[in-house]
Design a protein around this ligand. Sequence first.
Ligand code: 3NM
Length: 215
Amino acid sequence: MTKEEHLKRLMEDPIYAIMGEELSLGRKNLDIARALIKAGVKIIQYREKHKTWREKYAEATAISKLCHENNVTFIMNDSADLAIICHADGVHVGQDDAPVQIVKDLAGQDIFVGVSTNTTDEMEGALLDGADYIGFGPMFPTQSKKDADAVVSSEARNFALQFELPVVTIGGISLQNISGLYQEGFRSFAMISAVISQPDIAKAVSDLRQAVQDA
Ligand code: 3NM
């Protein structure tokens, strides 16, 4: 798939699953990836904050291969080097990681780049820097990220709804609130706990898809 096709998928498929072992109820990353793929998830981000480079490299290489065998978009969190070496389709960086221009220079033309944003200034900055999509959040309080920003303001929400780049919402999104976000106009939902912290991942994904369809 081309970069454009992956980005189109980001706006057409509401479920963007983020995986990492800390929040996966003791299950291994490779098993979580298999479960996500079996559940029909088409966008997977690998996000590990406490493993070594070598551990991440080994795991992400295997998961990236699995994703590509199953026509799933694979996104690496934080590091352009791992994204390149693991053949990721995309890389997602935060405001404190390497700047988007540098990530783009490193990653080249074929890997899309997303950046986390919380305010209108950060969204404008992402656009100027050449990001391909933005993560926008937290939409709700979240336990999954220790240093999360404050919940986004209503001004930022309105700005995001008109924004010219694809917007992936994140932070505290659950079966209870996803339809509200959809009704508000958001189309893409990145989730950790609502997916990988659920005992039955297939059921969690199917319930979330149903909630979006019903909204
Ligand atoms: N980034 P959950 S919130 C990784 O606001 C991450 O940029 C956020 O996990 C941001 O779906 C967040 O369990 C945690 O709330 C998302």
